[in-house]
Design a protein around this ligand. Sequence first.
Ligand code: PSU
Ligand code: MN
Length: 310
Amino acid sequence: MKQFEGLKKYVDIKDEVREALERGKPVVALESTIISHGMPYPQNLETAKKCEEILRQEGVVPATTAIIGGRIKVGLTEEELEFMATSDKIIKASRRDYAHIVARGLHGATTVATSIITAGLAGIPILVTGGIGGVHRGAQETMDISRDLQELAGTDIAVVCAGSKSILDIGLTLEYLETYGVPVVGYTTSEMPAFYTPKSGHKVDYQYDDTDLLAQMMKTKWDLNLQGGVLVTVPIPEADAMDGEVIEKAIQEALKEAEAQGIHGKETTPFLLSKVVEVTGGDSLKANISLVLNNTRVGARLAKSYAELQ
Ligand code: PSU
Ligand code: MN
């Protein structure tokens, strides 16, 4: 909160979020690229609202992050959520876009990378998302590595996600995280989940089945000044998981289409996601919503466990 005092010029922290932070009550940050560029309307708005509802039911204050009219927002009103879900004037904001969007008074949806930055400004220790960005397939040539990884490596935060989408190279993503010292935890699993499916064939570093123990590990890491984040991966609920072969075929098709259309840079992830939804006839969207809500439940429990340690 101290750091925030100097940032008032740029940051609007919602009253309920500020109050909770001041009192040491649990707060969970939520990203907004998933709303503006990750899902179609109206499912994007419905899901965003449900995530906030789940947190509130657990006694946790939601703090969805975004940039609106150049103001950095920590916690959105219903109208602001709706704006993020419907406006076509919203820029997908990674770290390199952040200052420009703020300085020019523009609108930005925060990716995991900039949600981490924004949560960090307010001192929120937990961020919930669907899937984190990572090392893309073919990154050996394209050098397409999501900023999410560097931001996670440099900020004291736990990011709860359903693993990496299999549009990424999960093995290389894990190698990258190891180099940057980010522990990858499997919540109730020893295997890294692959977003649409609960398994990827890659082991996580450590399995935790208990959010109290996990919160202790986080606290220990930060007490020891081992700066940087913890990646908490949660498998998609079995009932909504997709067939591994079906999703792999859809991804292959999406990757081919992306190449044919010359899609690159920041457009890649949104393009692949919407293409996969198209190819799977909407099944992947259903899976996406299910895993986001599930991650939110785990994030809520983790936030409560962590708040108890303070
Ligand atoms: N995965 C999803 N939905 C999303 C994203 C990832 O299933 O909306 C978004 C997240 O905001 C993530 C970003 O931080 O994509 C990564 O984009 P890039 O690969 O361009 O870094
Ligand atoms: Mn990229």
